[in-house]
Design a protein around this ligand. Structure first.
Ligand SMILES: Cc1cc2nc3c(=O)[nH]c(=O)nc-3n(C[C@H](O)[C@H](O)[C@H](O)COP(=O)(O)OP(=O)(O)OC[C@H]3O[C@@H](n4cnc5c(N)ncnc54)[C@H](O)[C@@H]3O)c2cc1C
Length: 431
């Protein structure tokens, strides 16, 4: 048996790191603060429905996620569905699911549509993402699509995902988003094929948990790490329950801004860089509705709205998982320090539901069966100008300690596929 290694954080990153290390012969212990594994991918109950706390889909192009799903025996339980995308613009709902609908979309005129199409096509073909890190997303999109299309289409979409922080974000962000969505569409009519595993991420996590145990990985939930320090012949981790354990090597997969203050002995320059990462959080309200809102899995909103968009799970997932009802998600990406994030769940739900009922007059208050709000303070680090150059190495200055988390996904978006890929690449390069 090789060294004993601790992995901190039991999300998809930590679980993948732990699995690959154990396959290489290391003795692995996995520590998670919550009482179950899964992190952002975990599930919860809403009115008897057991589904993802935050919405998730798998794309046909998510080869790393699909490989993992196959390894845990769920390949045949993956369902692929042709989905549709909607746009809510000037108080009306439009389908934007194929090229014909794209050219019929009214808010911008035909020449602007060609430029918009060209922007998406160009981004899908570009390879040099590092060059795009040097230019702000607003400038790049305005150059390609024109000011009018930027204001009418891109700006609401950027604001939805980044709030006012779009101003600091590089063009690599939109490049990575377009690359991912483009890969999701088949050739020809560019239809979307989205996938989910029967039972959702709850099922994936349950199987993955068992798979890790079968590999001999020791899993400790309800074990928040509090301190990480160098000791003779290893690294000591202290947990909030008072326990301490020593390991030859430690890999932290939790957000850098949470991990950094816990680590004793990093170089000052490294601390400054790690602490400087600008994380966005998310507030996400799940609503169980009697009737389906629309045929669209995603509805992008170009009008003013308190939420980022609307994700309707029932447009993808068999309604039997929702007891015949529809499950929708209303997310808003904000910093945890933002006033909106500080609001109570009740206040947020009131704001979101009022707007939803106003946007969809066919839905009545009585149609809402249940409402529940989830939030996460550190979801992804803003890809600012020159982002990849501002990151510290995964192998830290503290001998035996590695930091591997989503902030190191430099030319991808936040998703499980890129998470699994990064975890596997990190294990392959250092162990
Ligand atoms: C709203 C939303 C929608 C999404 N939609 C999709 C989608 O459609 N498709 C897709 O592929 N991906 C999607 N994702 C992204 C996906 O959920 C993430 O990429 C993935 O789950 C990240 O895994 P992770 O392990 O890096 O991070 P996390 O899941 O954040 O895991 C970190 C873990 O560390 C634990 N932790 C924190 N502090 C400590 C501590 N002190 N000690 C021990 N443990 C600690 C946390 O509890 C957590 O379990 C979505 C995410 C969100 C928020």
């Amino acid at each position: 048996m090789k060294d004993n290694i601790a992995v901190i954080g039991g999300g998809m990153m930590g679980m993948t790191v732990a699995l690959r290390l154990s396959e290489k012969g290391y003795a692995v212990s996995l520590y998670e603060a919550a009482d179950s594994l899964g992190g952002l991918a975990s599930a919860w109950q809403i009115d008897g429905v057991h589904w993802d706390k935050f919405y998730h889909v798998i794309l046909l192009s998510d080869l790393y996620t699909r490989k993992m799903v196959k390894e845990i025996g769920l390949e045949n339980e993956t369902n692929w569905v042709e989905t549709k995308t909607g746009f809510y613009s000037n108080g009306k709902l439009y389908s934007m699911s194929n090229l014909i609908e794209f050219f019929q979309f009214p808010p911008i005129h035909i020449l602007d549509k060609f430029r918009l199409g060209l922007t998406i096509f160009a981004a899908s073909k570009m390879k040099n993402w590092k060059r795009l890190e040097k230019i702000k997303v607003e400038k790049w999109l305005t150059n390609w699509s024109g000011r009018n299309t930027f204001e009418k289409i891109w700006l609401p979409l950027l604001k939805a995902k980044l709030g006012e922080h779009y101003k600091e974000t590089s063009a690599a962000f939109i490049w990575a988003t377009i690359q991912r969505m483009y890969a999701a569409r088949k050739s020809g009519l560019k239809k979307e094929m989205f996938g989910y595993v029967s039972g959702g991420y709850a099922h994936i996590l349950e199987k993955l948990h068992l798979h890790l145990l079968s590999k001999g990985i020791k899993i400790y939930t309800s074990h928040p790490t509090q301190k990480i320090q160098k000791k003779e012949n290893g690294i000591e981790i202290s947990f909030s329950n008072g326990k301490t354990e020593k390991f030859a090597q430690v890999i932290s997969t939790i957000p850098s801004v949470i991990a950094t203050p816990m680590i004793c002995g990093l170089e000052e320059m490294e601390i400054q860089k790690l602490k400087k990462l600008n994380y966005l959080g998310v507030v996400c309200t799940s609503i169980l509705l009697k009737n389906q809102l629309s045929p669209y899995y995603v509805t992008n909103i170009t009008d003013d709205a308190p939420f980022t968009g609307i994700i309707e799970m029932a447009a993808l997932v068999d309604k039997k998982y929702f007891n015949g009802n529809s499950l929708i998600y209303l997310p808003k990406y904000v910093k945890a320090t933002d006033l909106f994030y500080q609001k109570s769940n009740e206040e947020i739900e009131h704001i979101f539901i009022s707007k939803l009922l106003n946007m969809y007059p066919q839905i009545k208050k009585e149609d809402i069966l249940s409402v529940k709000t989830a939030r996460a303070a550190h979801v992804f680090a803003l890809p600012t100008l020159g982002y990849s150059g501002s990151l510290t190495p995964l192998k830290t200055s503290l001998d035996g300690l590695y930091i591997v988390n989503s902030s190191y996904i430099t030319h991808g978006t936040l998703n499980v596929n890129d998470t699994v890929k990064l975890a596997e690449e990190a294990v392959a390069s250092f162990f």
